[in-house]
Design a protein around this ligand. Structure first.
Ligand SMILES: NC(=O)c1ccc[n+]([C@@H]2O[C@H](COP(=O)([O-])OP(=O)(O)OC[C@H]3O[C@@H](n4cnc5c(N)ncnc54)[C@H](O)[C@@H]3O)[C@@H](O)[C@H]2O)c1
Length: 401
């Protein structure tokens, strides 16, 4: 049984690491550099060990490719390509379309096609299936299913094996084949009645996080205006054993999921004439957090940041990963610069960002912690500037939300 995984990023390569134990895996990626690195046994994703990859390559259970024809003998194809927002902040399905093109043009026998990329309800039925059919020179009856990925990169307690996985096929046969495939390496498979339910559940999970993060970000501002500690208040509320779930405030949300997926849900809702006001407003509150933080820092420093050197500590979107997609650090830096600050950043996990190297962790007038990696010493953060503002609630002794 040969499995082709289209897209070898966070989702695709993580899946490769588990699937290669049971199947021959062809990892197709349009980025030749990634393909070359993978074939040398070098992983670019946290949580996927290079040693494991090298082992699968040596045993012939995995190889990476950027040649579409290399997927022609696969029995199962999994789509794991980006689903970002376009410039107008609308869903951008161009990567999915190009994955469909690769499949349509290269696969000439009936196979099982599973989409793991996050998208709005109806994507499998009304976009992926017709696109693949339109790119295929002959009519082929493929089986289609969805199984949205829930991986949380950098996390060690939940992985492909113990995270329950939703799935649903466009046909009974597709559902059964999908179950057979994932059951080799996933302990808990949850079938839902239609692909649309699985697609919607994935979006709603991340929208739930987005809305609750926005709520706590708004509450942080309320707590500060009342002169009470937001953290102590949240800990107090969290003593209630039911009906409360603790979220913590931050400089905003980042990564490929929380700032993006809710907008996919809002877009499809509005297309169907349903309101998405709550989701839209939550997005705004999270985006506005960076401005609020910079205004707080300015107000603590005489109301003016003109010419002050400000070191932003942690530019990854979350601790212990090098992923900077949609990072809140970007907006914090933009607002600091708008107020005349001279901004540098420190993040040894990220290393290089937008062509610049991470700056040393000292010598600034002001430091602002946006993301706190475990490897960064708390004492060094406090010594990096006479004034330190911590947006993470983890640096004791710093100013904060
Ligand atoms: N990163 C996460 O934590 C996470 C979690 C759950 C779901 N998802 C979803 O999974 C999907 C993939 O996200 P990701 O984080 O793995 O993205 P990624 O950017 O890390 O990886 C995507 C890979 O696909 C490749 N690619 C792009 N277009 C391609 C094409 N047409 N053919 C072949 N390869 C192509 C890119 O070169 C890249 O290596 C998205 O829909 C995302 O929303 C991501």
């Amino acid at each position: 049984m040969q499995v082709g995984i289209i897209g070898q990023g966070y989702v695709g390569l993580t899946l490769t690491a588990f699937a290669a134990e049971h199947f021959d895996v062809v990892g197709f990626d349009s980025n030749q550099k990634i393909v070359d690195q993978l074939n040398l046994g070098h992983s670019h994703i946290e949580g996927v060990a290079s040693t494991l990859l090298a082992k699968w390559i040596k045993s012939g259970q995995f190889r990476a490719t950027s040649k579409g024809s290399d997927i022609k003998d696969c029995d199962i194809l999994i789509i794991a390509v980006p689903t970002p927002l376009a410039i107008d902040r609308k869903p951008d399905l161009t990567f999915i379309e190009s994955a469909c093109k690769t499949i349509g043009q290269n696969v000439s026998k009936p196979v099982l096609i599973i989409n793991e990329s996050t998208s709005f309800p109806g994507t499998l039925r009304n976009f992926i299936k017709p696109k693949i059919e339109s790119y295929s020179p002959t009519q082929i009856e493929h089986a289609y299913a969805i199984s949205p990925e829930r991986v949380d990169p950098g996390r060690s307690d939940f992985n492909q094996k113990n995270t329950p996985r939703l799935y649903s096929g466009l046909s009974l046969e597709a559902s059964e084949k999908t179950r057979d495939f994932y059951s080799k390496f996933c302990d808990n498979l949850v079938e839902v009645s239609s692909p649309e339910v699985a697609e919607a559940a994935k979006l709603f999970e991340n929208t739930f996080r987005q809305v609750n993060i926005a709520l706590v970000n708004e509450f942080a501002q309320i707590a500060h205006s009342l002169g009470i500690s937001v953290y102590e208040t949240l800990d107090a509320a969290n003593t209630k054993p039911y009906g409360f779930m603790k979220f913590t405030p931050s400089a905003g949300v980042g990564g490929h999921c929380i700032p993006v997926d809710p907008t996919y849900l809002a877009a499809i809702a509005e297309e169907h004439g349903a309101p998405a006001t709550f989701i839209r407003r939550a997005n705004e509150v999270n985006l506005e957090m960076s401005k609020y933080i910079v205004n707080r820092i300015a107000s603590d420093n005489g109301g003016n940041l003109q010419g002050k050197s400000v070191l932003v500590i942690g530019v990854a979107y979350k601790p212990n990963v090098a992923d900077v997609r949609e990072t809140a650090a970007e907006l914090v830096i933009e607002h600091l610069r708008n107020q005349g600050a001279v901004v540098s950043w420190h993040d040894d996990v990220v290393g290089i960002w937008k062509g610049d190297n991470s700056s040393p962790l000292h010598g600034a007038d002001i430091a602002v912690v946006v993301t706190k990696h475990d490897s960064v010493d708390e004492k060094k953060i406090l010594e990096s500037a006479p004034y330190v503002f911590d947006t993470t609630g983890t640096v004791r002794g710093a100013q904060g939300l």
